[in-house]
Design a protein around this ligand. Sequence first.
Ligand code: PLP
Length: 411
Amino acid sequence: MQVMPHDISTRILHADRLAAPEHGATHKPLHIATGYGYETAEELTAVFQGEKAGHVYGRQGNPTTQALEAKISMMEDAVGTVCFATGMAAITGTMFALLRAGDHVVASQFLFGNTASYFKTLQLLGCEVTLVDATDAANIAAALRPTTRMVFVETIANPRTQVADLAAIGRQCKDLGIVYVVDSTLTSPATFKPKDVHASLIVHSLSKAICGHGNALGGSISDTGLYDWTKYPNILPAYKKDAAAKWGLLQVRKKGLRDLGGTLSSEHGHRIAAGAETMTLRVERACSNALALARWLEAEPKVARVHYPGLASHPQHERAGKLFKGFGSLLAFEPKADPFDVLNRLKLVIKSSHLGDNRTLALPVARTIFWEMGEEQRQSMDIAESLIRVSVGIEAEADLLDDFKQAFAQL
Ligand SMILES: *Cc1c(COP(=O)(O)O)cnc(C)c1O
C-alpha cells in the first residue's frame, strides 16, 4: 500500500487545494467550456495525440471532473479513474470497451438489477456470461473457462446483503491473470478498499454514498494498477503507449467514454466532490443507525427475518467484520404483516427507490425493483414477497427508531 500522509477524510478535504487550483480556490472551480483552445496547431495536435496533458473536447472530461477523478483515485489508491454520467454508464462503458464477442464473464448472481439486465444484453451481443453464488469462491472457480476475461462482483448485494467471498476470489483472479471487477458502491471508500483484495478495477455509483445528498448522478471506474494489461488480449494497438498500467483505462476512456458519450457534467462532478467531503462522517453515522435499526427489527416479534451483515445471524457476518470498517447502510427485513401496511405507517422514512441518501428510504422489493422478474425467479433468489429494503440515512438514531416503533405499534 502506498504511504499517504493523512487519513482519507483529511486527504479528501485538502485534495483540491494541494493540486494548486485557479486563484488558490479551495474547491476546484466549475469548468463549463465545451472546447479548449491552444496557441499553436502544434500544441493542439500534441494534446490531441496524448503527447501533452490537456483537454480537447468536453465529452472526454474537463478540469472539474478530472479533479474528481483524481480524488477518487486517491480514495482508492488507484493509478487512475474515469468518471461517467451514471454508475450504469461506468459499468456498461467499461464492458463495452474491454470485452469482445466470444469472451466469457463470470459474475455474481446477486447483482444490482440494471447490471444484471445489461449482462443479458451482453449475451445478445455475443459474450457469454455465467452467474454464480459469489459468497463462495469455489463457485467462481468452477465457472472459469479459458475464455474468461473478467470476474464481476458486488461487495454487499442489494437487497439481501450477501457478502461476496471477496478475498478468495481476488486470489484466484490474481493467480490466473483474470480482470477482477469489484462494484464497491454499497461499501464506499469509507468502509472498504477493494485493492486490499486484489481488485483490478473498482466501480462506484457516485450517485449513492460518495455524493450522499441525492442531488447528482455519476459513476466511476478506477484501475488499482494490480492487473498486468500486457496479458490482456483485447487492448488495441493505439492504446499500447506509455506504461502498461494505463492501457486498460485509456481504452475505457476512448472506447467507453468518448465513443459512447456518457459524460459526467462538471456541475454534477462538483456536487459529487462537495458531497464526498463529508463521506466518512455520513457513512459512519448511516452504518451505526443501520446496526441499531437491524437490532431493533430483529427483536421485534412482528418481523420474521432481518438481513444485515452487522447481525451475528447473517451468514457472512464474520467475513464482513474482517473486510469492512462498517456493515453498511442497507438492510432488508421480512415483516409478518403486509409490507404495504408497514411502509404506509412510516412517517419519517420516505417510500423511494434510491439508496445511499442522507435520508432513510424504503421500498417493497417484490413489487418494485424485483417486480419485472416474476415470483419464480424471486423465489430462486430467496427474495420474500414481503421483503422491505431500507437504505438507512443519517437522521438522529432515536428519531429513526421511533418511526419504526410507532409504525409497528399500529400493526
Ligand atoms: C445504483 C447502483 C448502480 C448504478 O448506478 P447509477 O448511478 O444509478 O447508474 C450500480 N451498482 C450498484 C451496486 C448500485 O447500487
